[in-house]
Write a protein that binds this ligand. Structure first.
Ligand code: PLP
Length: 363
């Protein structure tokens, strides 16, 4: 059976080379005589895997030495609670920017705990069709942190700038844009991401945290959510998501092998351009996102007719272009074109869009 072009928002495509490498080592890893799935996480073989994964990620993202890298479980959604629990102790209050559904959930989670949280900017009234402008004067100077979602997976928007929050640490959910392009880690206090969009299979959550931010946890917080405990134990306070970390290592290796995040970005820009250029050149499909906020990873568009949208997704699937239906809360179409999506997949999508438009004239 042939592999399809899978435009799923997550879990999503993994690079074919990575899957093939994993398959070749699936039953017996190196000289160990066993699968990575069967290894003790305390064994020398596994220690080498997790240490390599961290070293490769540090190299890839150019992570400064005063940041800890944590490989955790629970998904990005668990970090919605872990972020306030770990950081609120700095000052007792926190600021949030709500630019879509996930940042809204993060905001609500912090509110639920009864903390003093404030939404300092939102684009809700514009259906989240662009990224809000966040300036230093909007941030409460005594906030423990400012939380943003850097790429809004559902709406297809991305920050084109890093907000200047002064001395207040910036915390970013980068689940759907991590390792898609270079980012200056030193501008952030914390970066976190669920791995299943652009890094690995589901089950792994990455946290990159500046060391000086490890000392503010609520003493009553659950141990499993405490970054400091995880940092002191090299992400091995308990059993880490061993196999997903191994897969992430293979993905990091794949990107390093092609030249790192500058090269990755070049490829991603080239792919997204094919799609956006076509969207801008015609009127059958509409791209709702404002051009300055467009995501490189998730591209949303609509025909303006819900029945046609439905037909589009189902006929595209038959043509080997899977999972183009938009998120259930917004409808329309969404093409997630993460690192693993080849250029050819995007070209095939645009060819299909042209054909569909020609064959399905609007009334
Ligand atoms: C998918 C996603 C989440 C939720 O991730 P889980 O790992 O399923 O909890 C949170 N934030 C963003 C930006 C996402 O894309």
């Amino acid at each position: 059976m042939n592999r399809v072009y899978n435009f799923s928002a997550g879990p999503s495509m993994l690079p074919l080379e990575v899957l093939e490498k994993a398959a070749s080592e699936l039953v017996c890893y190196g000289e160990s005589g066993m699968s990575v799935m069967e290894m003790s996480h305390r064994s020398p073989d596994y220690e080498a895997i997790i240490n390599d994964a961290e070293a490769m990620l540090r190299k890839l993202m150019n992570i400064p030495d005063n940041y800890k890298v944590l490989f955790l479980q629970g998904g990005a959604s668990t970090q919605f609670a872990a972020v306030p629990l770990n950081l609120i102790g700095r000052t007792g209050k926190a600021d949030y920017v709500v630019s879509g559904q996930f940042s809204g959930k993060a905001y609500k989670e912090a509110q639920k705990m009864g903390y003093d949280v404030k939404c300092i900017a939102t684009t809700k009234e514009d259906n989240f069709d662009h990224i809000p402008t966040v300036t230093k004067d909007m941030v409460r100077p005594d906030a423990a942190y400012v939380h943003v979602c850097f790429n809004n997976t559902i709406y297809g928007t991305k920050y084109g700038y890093i907000p200047d929050t002064g001395d207040v640490p910036l915390v970013a959910d980068m689940s759907s844009c991590i390792i898609s392009e270079p980012v200056d880690v030193s501008k952030f206090g914390v970066i976190y991401a669920g791995a299943q969009k652009n890094m690995a299979p589901a089950g792994l959550t990455l946290v990159i945290v500046r060391e000086d931010l490890l000392d503010y946890a609520d003493p009553k917080m659950p141990t499993m959510l405490e970054w400091k405990t995880m940092a002191e134990n090299g992400s091995m306070y308990n059993t880490p998501p061993c196999y997903a970390i191994y897969m992430a290592k293979l993905v990091y290796e794949w990107i390093l092998g092609m030249g790192g995040l500058d090269v990755m970005k070049e490829k991603n820009v080239k792919k997204a351009k094919v799609l956006y250029d076509y969207l801008d050149s015609q009127s059958y499909y509409v791209a709702p996102v404002k051009p300055d906020s467009r995501s490189l990873m998730n591209v949303t568009f609509v025909t303006g007719d819900a029945d046609l949208d439905k037909k589009f997704a189902s006929e595209a699937a038959k043509a080997g272009l899977k999972n183009l239906k938009g998120h259930r809360s917004v409808g329309g179409m969404r093409a997630s074109i993460y690192n693993a999506m080849p250029y050819e997949g995007v070209v095939a999508l645009v060819e299909f869009m042209k054909k569909f438009a020609a064959e399905n004239p609007k009334a």
